[in-house]
Design a protein around this ligand. Structure first.
Ligand SMILES: [Zn+2]
Ligand SMILES: [Zn+2]
Length: 392
């Protein structure tokens, strides 16, 4: 069978993509609460003739489209959750749910997933293989990928390849980014508690001040990247939260620091944590305080396998032209990393920034919005890449 013109098919669905995306945008739902969204997804897949599993990892949906002939199983994953952000846009599709906003573009991802499903359903008898659509909840730091994996999303059938994409406002509309190897960082969170001895603010000599110790620790941690990491490697250490004290004239008992570490490499991650602990303990000791540290791994690096990445790049070149297919990395993190630890695949980025139209705000910004035409590029690239695996 000749490969269809997927760009034209995606373009023909543009109005529907916009309508769907705006509907999801008006009704954003936080992680593991995506009941309305996943209901629409499941009902749509049902109507298209997919075998549908609801409630995968709480609010996730799996839709399976078995082709008329045997072949590989391809997983395509789309995330559905919104963020606890008050939207500051003034569009007619602004969030109707106070304090909740699709500020990352997952409304677009869900719409694109349904468009890909709808177009692929037309070719069902001709497909050689199985398409597994995973609509994942709770990507934004809540563990949605782990939940759907625990819920069996990667079993029966086990995918041979996994693809996912993100609309991306750091890249202009018209470009697509696919990078072999680590494309997004491993991310973890640490909590350092500094214990002192409380007392009167006017009698500091009778207490052990954990705020002073914590302040020195924050400053010292910033030397880890500059003094302990090879300048050619990439690591981030950020302290984003500092909590201590109740009022101006009381020295508190303890201070709490929370931060994140990002890197592309697990060994570097371990090195950084060894240094954080050494510095925190010794710096605290210098002020006669003590520390304890807790860490939580959030996600592993998004590590793209070479072969599927090559397939995506070739597919993207068909859609936007070779000169618009780029490579690059970000220190952002994505729980697709968990899926790519189990299944080789590619996570790629669809340029959605458009300065002329004012779509310039970054992801997670209260004025985030994207060029909706980017959805055509996303749908067409996903279809084209999928065709590589399941079109005979
Ligand atoms: Zn996000
Ligand atoms: Zn996102």
């Amino acid at each position: 069978m000749d490969t269809p013109n997927f760009k034209a098919e995606a373009e023909a669905l543009f109005d529907e993509l916009v309508q769907l995306r705006r509907d999801f945008h008006r009704h954003p739902e936080l992680g593991f609460q995506e009941t309305r969204t996943s209901g629409i997804v499941a009902d749509t897949l049902d109507r298209l003739g997919f075998e549908v599993q609801r409630g995968v990892g709480q609010t996730g949906v799996v839709g399976i489209l078995e082709g008329g002939r045997a072949g590989p199983t391809l997983l395509m994953r789309f995330d559905m959750d919104a963020l606890p952000i008050e939207e500051a846009n003034e569009t007619d599709y602004v969030s109707q749910n106070p304090g909740v906003m699709h500020a990352c573009g997952h409304d677009g991802h869900t719409a694109m997933g349904l468009a890909v499903a709808r177009i692929m359903a037309r070719y069902q008898p001709h497909l050689a293989g199985t398409l597994k659509f995973l609509f994942q909840p709770a990507e934004e730091g809540l563990g949605g990928a782990l939940a759907v994996i625990a819920g069996g999303a990667l079993d029966h059938p086990r995918p041979d390849v996994a693809l996912a994409m993100h609309l991306w406002n750091s890249i202009p509309y018209g470009k697509i980014r696919a990078t072999p190897g680590p494309a997004m960082a491993a991310s973890s969170v640490f909590t350092l508690t500094v214990y002192g001895k409380g007392g009167h603010g006017a009698a500091p000599h009778k207490s052990l001040d954990p705020i002073l110790a914590a302040a020195h620790i924050v400053a010292a941690l910033q030397s880890i990247v500059s003094r302990n990491i090879d300048p050619l490697d990439s690591v981030v250490v950020t302290v984003g939260q500092m909590t201590a004290g109740t009022t101006f004239n009381v020295i508190p008992d303890k201070a709490i620091l929370k931060g994140t570490v990002r890197s592309y490499d697990n060994e570097l991650h371990h090195l950084v944590y060894r240094r954080i602990l050494e510095m925190a303990q010794n710096m605290a000791a210098a002020f006669r305080c003590q520390t304890s540290m807790e860490t939580v791994a959030i996600v592993p690096a998004v590590d793209n396998a070479p072969a599927p990445t090559q397939v995506v790049k070739a597919a993207a070149a068909r859609v936007v032209g070779q000169q618009n297919v780029v490579e690059g990395r970000t220190m952002g993190a994505e729980d697709m990393g968990y899926i790519l630890e189990e299944i080789p695949g590619c996570y790629f980025f669809i340029g959605s920034m458009n300065e002329e139209k004012g779509f310039v705000y970054p992801h997670h910004h209260p004025q985030f919005d994207f060029d909706e035409r980017a959805m055509i590029n996303g749908v067409a690239t996903m279809l084209q890449a999928a065709a590589h695996y399941v079109f005979p």
